[in-house]
Ligand binder design. Structure first.
Ligand code: ANZ
Ligand code: ZN
Length: 877
């Protein structure tokens, strides 16, 4: 294959091949040949289809590199290309380093889009999903990512979901999967239940955007709450996770330690409040109850105006005073009791003691509802100027005069003493609360793993026995209607017999949340074809935990928390063990940043314009339809609605996968936002072409490959030194992962150095070749095709991936140093002297031989010479 245009390459070789430092610096013009990167790619893809470029390495140390598997939507987007380029690059690097790399890929194939597409187009979700998988696999080929396809998993395949069902029955038997009535989030558009986490802060569905309603339905749960403490504590094991992700998990689990205190009332009830600040009890001005607090509910039965009030708009911050008086257990002061909308049902006891002087929410509520409270602090800041009566004081300090026998104590000590006292009276207890709720796993949808339960009138919920698994989804080509799963209407599927008493019974028609499928797939990757167990514990114990897990920051909470939970549960059930990391599944987590696309925003309307509606005039973007309307170029997350998506496949078809990969990695650190700039991609291409030019020129030098250090001038030594340091830095940056972009900028620098050395025609072939070889091998993980091609060009028959480069640091770091020469205290000229020889004799010889010496010395005599490493000073007369 003709890879170089022969018209151009010889130009670089016109200068004599003999090493001659004195030869005139012949400059070469920038070589503008056309190396066909796309042809090179075709060639190597064909080659690798026949034979893998990676040396077999069963005995190497394992390295499990995992990127989050995708939902098969049908097309890879830039975010996918980014994450899979990172994992592919790392897996290639570790292969070169001699590791036995596991780099699997599969499909998170259940879920709503397939079902919605099926409803819309009357096709089966199975065939829709299957054809999407085919398309995306093809796109992976374009990207040139190398996965262990023999480990491929498709979660909608019965051979996979059988084991999800098996896990469900195991959890059920341990009491970790249970059914309960729950006030659930109901998405009225998608007609399904959502987990709390799938409802955003404005109460809208994460998927359809509809305002979520509350419905009381019988649902399946996993008892994640049993694992709250372990999930929290074991975050400490995860030293190689980003701090911010650990913090998010910690907040999600939301541990809070406090006191439950009983308040007596003027009626038969007592009210338990939950507080983390018991010492502020002296300032409690009211009791606030949540909407579903039993007292609020029972009062609503009695008073119609309360029940109407409760049904009114949720956004209302008004409270409702109940006809009940509570008594402060320490001071016996009577305090009013309110329904308070800001008190949430799920936290604590759903009842708070409101302390307006020390808590902002209490302050706002009391002020807005006209609840009286004296403007006196219970806790005084140590510096009195910090008191501001406009807002509550939430810090620490000393107990004020209104706190009786506790006044003068530090508030934390007072809190302890008060807790102790209230406990001794039997009206308080210490409690630890977690925000983490049980995981609602059932969904009223068709396209998911059927929950393997049979409902029997006599035996209740009975798990399907293992030998009857999988409970297979029926083949449906037409999914009509929403609301309940189409399974409910399929009598033939629903009707069955009870596994226990054999009487007629009904199958559960809910399917599992797809987060269940994605919470253990990385175990199955290690033993994907096992027919007897979800996985062989021996294999898993050898290869878990995942060494590097790469994925989007948007999965920082749920997916990772659920995966951690199931890993621990599977350990407790006895399916695997890994004590070194407390059964945590992921040693290191890399969260890659978003990809943002160029977005054109009209300055006059604020609307987003399509690129075709924008033109650049005199360096400014304007709206084509209205040239007075200036347009600002911004970067936002790529999306259809913003007209800023860039199709990765057409980019690859135009520039080739090597160039696309290099540009992607170069444009931002791994965890940073990547602003996709299509105009910049040419820089990556230029770099690779320049490197190719250098290699070709080196190869055509008519010299032996090996050169001894005695032949080397400063420039060459510098080149070798730079190459060595570059190689060391590359390895560090690959291990660090976040700075893959630095590898490319360093590689560009080294390419320029090699190019300049060639231009200067001052370095021996051996040295240039060594540098080029180091460079090519260091970038092989990023640009597989061009590096393989150039490696061949340098005369190597083996694969570029055979090993990571090694080279000695040149022993003479620098042969000569530049030293200023002063004559009678004034700087006169610089001269080069050997750095290791400061003998007076040699230095003086060099000074006198210098072309400038004559001008300054003329016939004067040197009376004294002071020779220091950094300066030569002569006194002359
Ligand atoms: C009195 C008090 C005084 C409070 C003070 C705070 C500051 P965490 O750490 O999040 O658990 N609280 C308790 N249950 C609540 C509920 N269901 N809805 C809303 N707020 C609730 O916070 C515990 C604190 O949040 C509790 O301590 C309680 O207010 C409030 F100067 O009690 B505190
Ligand atoms: Zn039965």
């Amino acid at each position: 294959m003709q890879l170089f245009n022969s018209r151009v390459v010889p130009r670089l070789l016109q200068s004599p091949n003999k090493i001659n430092t004195l030869c005139s610096k012949k400059s070469i013009s920038v070589v503008s040949h056309k190396l066909n990167l796309l042809d090179i790619e075709k060639k190597w893809k064909k080659e690798w289809a026949k034979q893998s470029p990676f040396p077999a390495n069963e005995s190497g140390k394992k390295k499990y590199v995992l990127s989050m598997f995708p939902y098969p939507s049908g097309s890879l987007h830039m975010g996918h290309v980014r994450v899979y380029t990172i994992s592919d690059t790392l897996s290639r690097y570790y292969r070169m380093k001699g590791f036995n790399v596991i780099h699997p890929m599969g499909w998170d194939a259940f879920g709503l889009p397939a079902e919605n597409a099926a409803i819309e187009h009357h096709i089966s979700p199975k065939s829709w999903t299957k054809s999407n998988i085919e398309k995306m696999k093809h796109q992976f080929e374009y990207m040139n990512v190398h996965f262990d396809w023999d480990r491929e998993i498709v979660t909608c395949d019965p051979s996979y979901y059988k084991w999800g069902q098996y896990l469900f029955t195991q959890l059920f038997r341990k009491g970790l999967a249970y059914q309960a009535d729950a006030l659930v989030n109901w998405d009225p558009v998608d007609c399904t239940v959502l987990a709390n986490e799938q409802v955003d802060s404005q109460g809208r569905s994460w998927r359809s955007g509809a305002v979520v309603e509350k419905k009381n339905l019988c649902q399946w749960f996993f008892k994640t709450s049993d694992y709250s403490e372990r999930l929290l504590k074991d975050l400490e094991e995860l030293y190689a996770w980003p701090e911010k992700v650990k913090k998010m998990q910690q907040n999600w689990i939301g541990k809070s330690e406090g006191l439950e205190i009983q308040f007596k009332t003027d009626q038969k009830y007592t009210l338990d409040v939950y507080t983390t600040r018991p010492e502020t009890i002296f300032g409690s001005a009211f009791i606030g109850l949540s909407k579903s607090h039993p007292l609020v509910q029972s009062e609503a039965q009695k008073y119609e105006n309360l029940s109407t009030f409760l049904k009114s708009d949720d956004a209302n911050s008004d409270g409702f005073e109940l006809p009940i008086v509570a008594y402060n257990p320490l001071t016996a002061a009577p305090i009013p009791v309110y329904y308070a909308p800001y008190v949430v049902n799920e936290h604590g006891t759903g009842a708070v003691m409101g302390v307006p002087m020390h808590d902002l929410r209490d302050f706002t509520f009391a002020t807005e509802n006209g609840i009286p409270f004296p403007p006196t602090n219970v806790v005084l800041p140590l510096k009195s100027e910090m008191i501001n009566n406009e807002s509550p004081y939430t810090g620490n300090g000393v107990m004020s005069e209104i706190s009786g026998e506790y006044s003068g104590m530090k508030n934390k000590e007072a809190a302890k003493a008060i807790s102790k006292y209230l406990q001794s009276r039997g009206i308080a207890r210490f409690v630890t609360k977690y925000r983490l709720r049980d995981w609602l796993v059932s969904r009223q949808r068709f396209w998911g793993t059927p929950i393997p339960i049979v409902h029997c009138d006599s035996c209740g919920a009975v798990p399907v026995p293992e030998h009857e698994l999988p409970v297979q989804l029926p083949e449906l080509t037409d999914i009509y209607g929403k609301g309940s799963s189409p399974l409910t209407n399929l009598e033939s599927w629903v009707k069955t017999n009870c596994p226990q008493c054999k009487k007629p019974a009904r199958r559960e028609t809910d399917t599992m949340d797809t987060f269940v499928d994605s919470s253990w797939y990385f175990f199955r990757f290690l033993d994907p074809k096992n027919k007897n167990l979800p996985f062989d514990p021996k294999k898993v114990e050898k290869e878990m935990p995942v060494d590097i897990y790469i994925g989007g920051i948007e999965h920082s909470i749920l997916h990772l928390l659920y995966s951690r939970f199931l890993s621990k549960v599977m350990h407790d059930i006895g399916l695997w063990k890994n004590d070194s990391l407390n059964n945590e599944p992921f040693t290191r987590l890399i969260t890659q940043g978003m990809v943002h696309g160029p977005t054109y925003v009209s300055q006059s309307t604020g609307r987003i314009l399509k690129p075709s509606q924008v033109e650049k005039i005199l360096g400014k973007f304007v709206n084509t339809a209205n040239p007075d309307d200036e347009v600002e170029l911004c970067y936002f997350k790529m999306s259809k609605s913003k007209h800023n998506g860039v199709d990765p496949i057409s980019t690859i078809l135009r520039w080739g996968s090597d160039v696309t990969r290099a540009h992607l990695l170069f444009s931002a650190p791994v965890d940073g936002v990547l602003q996709w700039d299509s105009t910049g991609i040419v820089g990556a291409e230029r770099w690779l072409l320049r490197l190719a030019t250098c290699v070709e020129s080196i190869q055509q030098m008519d010299q032996p490959d090996v050169s001894s250090s005695s032949e080397m001038n400063d420039k060459t030594l510098e080149l070798l030194e730079q190459s060595h340091d570059y190689m060391v830095a590359c390895a560090k940056n690959y291990e660090n992962i976040f700075s893959l972009n630095v590898i490319i900028s360093d590689s560009m620098k080294l390419t320029i150095t090699i190019y300049n050395c060639l231009k200067d025609n001052a370095s021996p072939k051996g040295a240039l070749k060594t540098s080029a070889e180091v460079l090519i091998r260091c970038i092989a993980p990023i640009v597989p095709c061009i590096s393989s091609e150039l490696w061949n060009h340098l005369g190597h028959k083996d694969s570029v991936y055979t090993s990571w480069p090694s080279m000695q640091k040149p022993t003479i770091t620098k042969k000569r140093v530049s030293v200023p020469v002063q004559i009678n205290g004034k700087w006169r000229f610089q001269m080069n002297i050997p750095s290791d020889s400061l003998s007076e004799n040699l230095v003086m010889k060099t000074v006198l031989a210098h072309p400038d010496a004559h001008r300054w010395l003329k016939d004067k005599k040197v009376v004294r010479a002071i020779i220091k490493p950094k300066v030569v000073s002569l006194v002359v007369k």
